[in-house]
Design a protein. Structure first.
Lengths: 551, 175, 395
């Protein structure tokens, strides 16, 4: 490894293009052209100078901005692919994913599913892409920030003439009284809040250097953000569960180790009313039909106050009452409960009257709790009803027997045995919604349906996310970095004495227009000429050439 | 200096590589994670069976416990019940207990099911749905094999397809 | 109040329209003068004053509508898109005062006009907020996104100027072709607005029964003649225009029909313009750009991206994530709108890297700014209308 000693005596790392101290060109072939490429101050990017072992090769691969940009572009295209059809998590669960995609989108849907695009964002290759961007962020930043820091820290005030000449803004002007000009310029520079350094009577004025660190700060933020993504995979850091509670029910909240219970007092769904709500909405409400206004669960949060086991009756201590609404989750102890789903009008009770079919005489009423029916209902005077079978979610199976699809009373059906003084051995009747079968011949009595009660069920998402702070921190640092790099500029102005002349050169990392305007106020009254924009000179010459060619 | 650089680069690449590998591994296995994992202590509970008798899981320490979760409307559960019942009867002298936890259906329904299949082993009812919450039950049926020390030895997801499976399970948890 | 509100929008629209020729006049006036040193030109001064009055009128529209509705008018596609247009005008005014380039008005104001006119093609009634939108984050998130995207759109305007000026129009090339594609897209938007308003004025309506994608019979109402009919369409009333083509059930025939109308009428309009101009639209616009320095428009384009990118990130990703965590339980859920915000962000990140590290200045950078704007427009239009997702209520 050869270090390069410049004329000025400064020792530069191998591969440096422009001397860190005085700016003299060290590698002529890399600094061709009329103007210097100032992107990394002409410093040595280490990755480009060592390429021997496999470690170096991997390192250099990820250190390339070209590779980084390609990774971004590939990720961008892949992300777009995932939006062609909905992802699996957004499709209805009426059939399997494989069937759904083919059914809805034909052979394209099938292809989409076969390629695994229905779960694109959690596919291994998408994760590898994101991870590669992360690796690229780390290595690119290390490889550029360190040399840049060296170059900016080691820079001398007196820069080599060749360096000044090859700046985009540069000019020379003759001056009678250089000292006076310099004094005036210094005064103006200080007014514009430049940091001024002097050496051998030459000036380097600089401001906004910290904006150069913006990109590295925002990359740090992104890396922290990605770390949050990794942390989420650690068991216990992220919880996503669902809690369904009927009105009036108290249930243990999942994932809280049986610590917390929730009671659902009431669920409310409100819709906008054309007549009662803001008049301005009436047209929209009419067009849309029904617009929901509020989904709300009035709940009470309890904490277990004894060490009872699951299944045992627990002693509960009320923590707080709360109305959970969309956008207003209930938060406690790192958990949050969100209003996300609901089922309206789930059947809760069904009532029947026992009646003599001929005389229409009634012999009492029974009300059945559909979530926990009794086996026997005594109506007095020798009349009673026995529940022989109960099918909360009734259907006939393949062999024609009545069965239940679930435990939810969506379509309750019963086999009753009715006892009466006339029929002490009982009469059997099958009762479902709008059905009344008498499988063993004509009965004397019947159970006439006399009413239902319903109950709303609320669906709450149970969430705990111990990684949020990392994401927030990463996002915050990213925003600081990106603002730092975007809204501030790093400007430098060099004033150098050269015999009777004053040489002025200036550089900024962006916003040349602003720099030019600033220089013109700084040089006002100093007798120093404003530097010329050598890039625009080139452009003018080019376009003149172009025009003459056309003629 | 050059060696030092190589060392630093190697360390950084290894750290980054480890993070990537961990993420990929975690992503692949995230669906297999059982809440009550093999090797962990099976959460204790108290439930009443259909005969009114209380069962506390920790009371069975020293015995192997086959803990099954089921529902009447679940067809595979219905098919596997007789195998468990038969093995229950054959192993009554052994230090093994078979418990089947219904996920909280009404007594009418559960009793009718017991009658229909003529089941003799303890059927517990998780009325308040607390036990299934603690065990993180999703799809039914699921069977936890709990060793004499109270730790989960194995978890069988899905249907028990024949009696031999139950016999093998019992072998696994016998003290 | 509600009618005052819509009148204010109309006033703003007309004022923007009136301002454009003044900026055009300013360009001609500047001939032969030193642009950098020259203070405000008279024509440009009038133009910018009219623009600012227009902006104040539109601000009035926004505020009055807010008062009437009781919530910030940012909750549907009409409201969002007009706000986006307003932000674009605001960004233009800001950039104008930094760089004093009247030519930018000639390019950015027409884009803003088109955007506002386009917005007016959507249902304009004041709609109540569904529960998910009832949050202060509605204002914070949506307005920041619109502002960010508007500033990024200025970079598109500047890039367009760059391309019009820099491309050699004397011979056919890939560059001239793609520039004409941009011009044709703009003309198609004009066609969309023209077609939709024409049939709206004549109150055209036609209904067809059809079989939807789930095999059920349904009805579809067209407001422009149905060249593309739905799956197995049948006319409901005799004498209704009979579609020429029918599409399968999974494609929304009505929307496709509108797109086809816009593209075809746009094509006709485009060729008409070509016939009148007797040259490419790009070539015809080139004289307007005579007095502007390429390197200045390049810088305007780049700076707009630099100013807009952090604002977009803040609104489209950071605020979006905070609100999503509150309303939807998770800060990120791979909803199509979210994904397209990420794509926009990734694209501009790539843009900045290419520019900073790979030295993509000038024409390359200008093309990138054009693509970036195309992505923003895709997210605004196609993702809302075509790809269903959690944000689809915004349509």
């Amino acid at each position: 490894m050869k270090e390069v000693k410049c004329e000025c005596g400064h020792v530069n790392p191998h591969g440096t293009v422009l001397c860190e101290s005085c700016g003299l060109t060290l590698i002529e072939e890399k600094a061709q052209g009329k103007l210097h490429d100032m992107r990394y101050e002409g410093s040595a990017r280490r990755s480009q100078t060592y390429n021997k072992t496999i470690v170096d090769k991997i390192w250099n691969f990820f250190s390339s901005v070209k590779v980084g940009v390609w990774l971004i572009v590939i990720t961008l295209v892949a992300s777009a692919l995932g939006t062609i059809f909905p992802q699996e998590m957004y499709i209805p669960t009426i059939m399997t994913a494989a069937e759904y995609y083919e059914d809805q989108y034909g052979w394209l849907g099938k292809l989409y599913y076969d390629l695994g695009f229905h779960n694109l964002y959690s596919s291994w290759w998408y994760l590898v892409l994101i991870a590669s961007i992360g690796v690229s962020l780390v290595i690119c930043s290390i490889d550029r920030a360190i040399p840049l820091y060296r170059a900016l820290n080691k820079q001398r005030v007196t820069r080599h003439e060749s360096f000044l000449k090859r700046q985009r803004l540069f000019t020379t002007s003759a001056s009678e009284n250089i000292d006076a000009s310099f004094e005036k310029a210094k005064e103006n520079l200080a007014m514009k809040r430049y940091k001024i350094r002097e050496e051998d009577g030459n000036i380097l004025a600089e401001k906004g250097r910290f904006s150069r660190w913006g990109p590295y700060v925002n990359h740090c933020g992104l890396i922290i953000f990605l770390l949050g993504g990794i942390l989420r995979f650690v068991p216990g850091m992220y919880i996503d569960d669902m809690l369904w509670i009927r009105e009036g029910e108290t249930k243990v909240i999942p994932e809280t180790n049986g610590e917390y219970y929730l009671e659902n007092k009431e669920f409310t769904l409100e819709v906008y009313d054309k007549d009662k709500d803001n008049e301005a909405f009436s047209e929209a409400i009419e067009n849309a039909g029904m617009v929901p206004k509020n989904f709300q669960s009035d709940v009470i949060l309890y904490k277990k106050a004894d060490d009872s086991l699951p299944g045992e009756e627990a002693k509960l201590e009320q923590i707080k009452e709360f109305n959970i609404r969309v956008n207003e989750p209930l938060k406690f102890d790192g958990y949050a409960l969100y209003q996300t789903e609901y089922r309206l009008g789930e059947l809760s009770t069904m009532s029947f009257t026992m009646m003599n079919k001929k005389s229409k005489e009634e012999f009492g009423e029974l009300t059945i709790e559909l979530n926990d029916p009794q086996t026997k209902y005594d109506l007095g005077d020798g009349y009673s009803v026995e529940v022989m079978s109960y099918f909360p979610d009734f259907e006939f199976n393949e062999s024609g027997e009545p069965t239940t699809k679930s435990r939810i009373p969506n379509n309750p059906a019963f086999v009753f045995k009715m006892f009466s003084p006339e029929k002490p051995e009982g009469e059997i009747s099958f009762v479902a919604i709008q059905q009344n079968l008498e499988p063993f011949g004509d009965n004397e009595y019947q159970l006439r349906f006399s009413g239902i009660e319903t109950n709303d069920v609320t669906g709450l998402t149970v969430r705990k996310d111990l990684t949020l702070w990392l994401f927030a921190l990463g996002g915050f640092i990213f925003m600081i970095g990106v603002a730092q790099g975007s809204y501030w500029n790093h400007r430098r102005i060099w004033l150098r004495r050269k015999d009777d002349e004053i040489w002025v050169a200036a550089h900024t990392n962006k916003n040349w227009h602003g720099l030019k305007r600033e220089i013109s106020t700084i040089l006002e009254g100093t007798g120093i000429e404003e530097p010329l924009d050598q890039l625009q000179e080139n452009e003018n010459q080019d376009s003149e050439k172009k025009n003459s060619n056309h003629e | 200096m050059k060696k030092q650089r190589l060392l630093i680069r190697t360390v950084i690449l290894l750290v980054l590589g480890a993070a990537v590998v961990y993420t990929l591994y975690a992503n692949f296995t995230k669906d297999d994670i059982q809440k009550v994992a093999v090797g962990k202590k099976a959460p204790d509970f108290v439930l009443t069976d259909m005969n009114g008798e209380q069962h506390r899981l920790s009371d069975y320490e020293g015995k192997g416990v086959l803990l099954n979760f089921w529902a009447t409307w679940c067809k595979p559960c219905e098919r596997e019940m007789p195998y468990m019942d038969k093995q229950y009867q054959e192993n009554q002298e052994e230090d093994v207990q078979i418990l089947a936890v219904n996920i909280g259906e009404s007594n009418v329904v559960v009793n009718e099911f017991i009658k229909k299949h003529d089941l003799t082993f303890p059927i517990l009812n998780d009325k308040k749905q607390e036990v299934q919450t603690v065990y993180g039950i999703g799809n039914l049926p699921i069977t936890f094999l709990i060793g004499p020390d109270g730790n989960v030895v194995n978890v069988h997801e899905g249907e028990i397809i024949n009696e031999q499976v139950v016999i093998d399970m019992i072998k696994e948890i016998k003290p | 109040m509600a009618s005052l509100s819509s009148n204010l929008l109309l006033i703003a629209f007309i004022l923007y329209l009136v301002a454009i020729p003044f900026f055009g006049g300013a360009i001609r006036q500047k001939k032969g003068l030193d642009e950098e040193k020259k203070s405000f030109d008279k024509w440009a001064k009038i133009g910018i004053v009219i623009t600012i009055i227009g902006f104040i009128a539109q601000l009035g529209f926004f505020i009055t509508r807010w008062i009437v509705a009781g919530h910030a008018p940012l909750s549907n596609l009409f409201e969002y898109t007009t706000f986006f247009g307003m932000c674009l005008v605001a960004s233009f005014i800001l950039i104008y005062f930094i760089y004093k380039t009247s030519i930018l008005g000639m390019f950015v104001l027409p884009i803003a006009l088109l955007i506002i006119a386009y917005a007016s093609m959507f249902p304009r009634e004041i709609s109540p907020l569904i529960p998910a939108l009832q949050s202060h984050w509605l204002q914070i998130h949506v307005s920041t996104v619109a502002l960010g995207e508007a500033i990024l759109a200025v970079s598109f305007g500047a890039a367009l100027i760059y391309l019009v000026k820099a491309i050699d129009h004397t011979k056919r090339s890939k560059s001239t072709f793609w520039l004409e594609v941009i011009m044709y897209s703009i003309v198609s938007v004009v066609a969309f607005i023209a077609v939709t308003s024409t049939f709206a004025i004549t109150d055209y309506k036609a209904s067809y029964s059809y079989i939807d994608k789930n095999g059920y019979e349904a009805e579809m109402d067209y407001t422009i003649p149905a060249v593309i009919g739905p799956n197995e369409w049948k006319v409901i009333e005799d004498g209704t225009f009979e579609p020429w083509v029918q599409v399968p059930g999974i494609i929304n025939a009505k929307k496709l029909n509108t797109v086809v109308w816009s593209l075809v009428v746009g094509l006709g309009l485009y060729f008409l313009i070509r016939l009148i101009l007797r040259k490419r639209i790009g070539a015809a616009l080139q004289p307007l750009t005579k007095n502007i320095k390429l390197d200045l428009v390049d810088e305007i384009s780049y700076r707009s991206v630099l100013i807009g990118f952090p604002v977009f990130t803040l609104g489209g990703l950071v605020f979006a994530m905070i609100w999503a965590q509150i309303a939807w339980t998770r800060f990120w859920g791979w909803d199509p709108k979210e994904v397209w915000a990420l794509i926009t962000w990734l694209f501009y990140a790539a843009f900045l890297h290419l520019r900073l590290a790979k030295g993509w200045h000038g024409e390359k950078s200008a093309w990138l700014a054009v693509i970036g704007f195309a992505i923003i427009m895709f997210n605004l239009i196609a993702v809302n209308l075509v790809i269903a997702g959690l944000h689809s209520y915004a349509g």
